[in-house]
Structures are given as C-alpha cells and as structure tokens.
Write a protein that binds this ligand. Structure first.
Ligand code: MG
Length: 320
C-alpha cells in the first residue's frame, strides 16, 4: 500500500532500510546461513517489512539451490490452500451484497466483511438473509471497545466463523473478557504483532484463532515460530496478507501449507488487487476457491524480469 496503511512501514521507509542498512551489511559476505541473517536482523531495530523481503529471498534462493520446493524447507506438505475474500465497507447494503455475490460466484471459500460502529449487525444480517449459511466472518480492525460488547453479543447469533480483531491491538485482557462472553471464536490480527505478543495472547486466552502475517512479524522464520506456538497451544491459525506483491504472497502460501494453518487465507487472486504483477504465473483461485502451488523448486512462481524492469520506479545495484 502507498503510505502507511496497515502498519508504520511504508514503501519509502522499507526502501531506505534495505538500501542503507540491510543490503550493505550483507554485501561482501561469501556465505551466510539463516542464523547469520537472524543475528543481523537483531542488530537493526524494527523494519519488519524490509526484513521479511530479505528473508523471503534467502529462503527462495536456498530452496532453488537445493532444487526443492520452498514448502518442503519450511516443513509443509504440498497441498492446495483455501482462499477467502475480504470485502471492505460499502455505502449501501445493496453494494455489499452485489460484491458478496460476485466473489462467491468466483469460488472463494469464505467471505469476510469489514465492520465498524454503525456498519456491523445489519450487513451481517443482510448477507445471512441473502446467502444463507455461507462461511462468513467479520473483521473490525480494532474499531470497538468492550463497551460495545452488545454488538458482539448480537453478532454471536449469526454463526460466524470468527470475529477478527474486535478491540484495540493492546487490549489483550479485554479480548479475553469478550471471548468469555461470546461463543463465536475471537481472532487476533493486529494484536499478534510479535512472538512476545502472541505469548501473552495464548496465556490470557485473548482469542481462539490467530491471523499470522509474514511482513508484520519480520519474515518467514518468525511467522513459522508463531505457527508452532499456536499449534502447541491448540490454537488454529491462518495466513493473512498486508497485502503484498505476488513474490511475498507466493512465499507466504508456501508457509500456509503448514498443518496448523487451518482456515482460508486472505491471499486472493493477483487480479483482485493488481492490474498486473511481476510473477509468472499469476496467483489464481479456482472455481472451488483453491490456490494450487505450481510445481518446481523455490516458490514455483518465476519473477518476470521484463515486467520487473518495466514497472521499476527506482533501482540500486550492490556488489555482493
Ligand atoms: Mg484483519
């Protein structure tokens, strides 16, 4: 996203972190392993998006070097990944319902609608009335407080798959309190910003599902650690998106083959967000809502060099 949208990271700040901090420190090293990379990350505070980019390239290069698919290195097994669609807030219920109808027809395996105060119970009721028992969830993006608990008690009657991030990111105790009051699983998204935060979420019982985002937590290794912690705690998770370009989505999808990623991913078809992308093939969702990972080593999706050059707005070259 242009500017800072879902996080403090922006394209400009990420470019700066890569160009001035991360890449210069890697330049000139003959060999380095994952542990070296993680140690380097510890020396540089913050910058999770930039780190996720470097680490994703590292994993992909490693998998290609070994001639193995990326999911194998990450500990996953080849499988297709169910995809869900996320639908924003619309001026009218009819607009919303038209979108839901379109994406269900395209095959997506669940529908997530964004809610905010004043746009919550009504749109959910309208979708249920029109489309019946389709897999449905809501995402509040932290827009409520515990004083709005009656909204969630009403939503509890619609058999939702989950309610994502109802309260503020740091309101972990309040999330636990809300979860005790409703039977619909609460899913933590913005709250799950690091392994430490996840530990607190699991300790307090702030929710029963976690949305893991590779960029937010600074790379595939941290995201995998979070997946492991959730699995040990018996908390299922799913793979979210910031959303990122196809390279990072593809890497995320490989991670998404790990066994405790049990709910549909937010990664959608490339065409949903972009008029074009620099990977070949583009990410597609079949009519039953599945994303199939291509065969081949690494992430299986090739970077299209010609498009990369065509769409580049800036370039820096380092002697590695
Ligand atoms: Mg969310």
């Amino acid at each position: 996203m242009g500017g800072s949208f879902y996080s403090a990271d922006t394209p400009d700040s990420t470019w700066k972190a890569l160009a001035e901090q991360l890449i210069p420190r890697l330049a000139g090293r003959e060999k380095f392993g994952l542990q070296d990379l993680l140690s380097l990350f510890e020396e540089i505070p913050g910058e999770p998006f930039a780190k996720a980019g470097v680490e994703g390239a590292f994993w992909d290069a490693g998998a290609q070097h070994l001639g193995r698919p990326l999911f194998e290195l990450l500990g996953g097994r080849r499988r297709s990944i169910p995809s869900g669609v996320a639908i924003g807030i619309y001026p009218s219920l009819e607009d919303l319902l038209a979108r839901v109808e379109r994406y269900l027809r395209e095959g997506y395996q669940r529908v997530k609608i964004k809610i905010q105060p004043g746009w919550d119970v009504e749109p959910v009721r309208a979708v249920r009335e029109r489309f019946g028992p389709v897999p449905l969830m809501v995402d509040a993006n932290a827009a409520y407080t515990l004083r709005d608990a009656t909204v969630f008690e009403q939503l509890d009657g619609f058999d939702l798959m989950m309610i994502e991030q109802p309260l503020a990111a740091d309101a972990l105790e309040e999330h636990a309190e809300l979860q005790r009051r409703i039977r619909t699983p609460v899913c933590l998204d913005e709250s799950a910003e690091s392994l430490d935060a996840l530990r607190e979420i699991l300790r307090l019982g702030s929710g029963r599902i976690v949305n893991i985002k590779v960029q937010r937590v600074g790379g595939l290794f941290n995201a995998r650690q979070m997946h492991e912690s959730c699995m040990q705690a018996g908390v299922p998770c799913w793979l979210g998106t910031m959303p990122e370009l196809g390279i990072a989505s593809a890497q995320g999808l490989h991670l998404g083959t790990l066994q405790n990623f049990t709910y549909p991913t937010d990664v959608e078809a490339s065409a949903r967000w972009f008029s074009d992308d620099i990977i070949d093939p583009l990410i597609t969702v079949d009519r039953q809502g599945w994303i199939h990972l291509p065969e081949g080593p690494g992430m299986g999706y090739r970077v299209d060099r010609e498009k990369l050059e065509r769409y580049s707005t800036d370039t820096m070259v380092f002697d590695l």
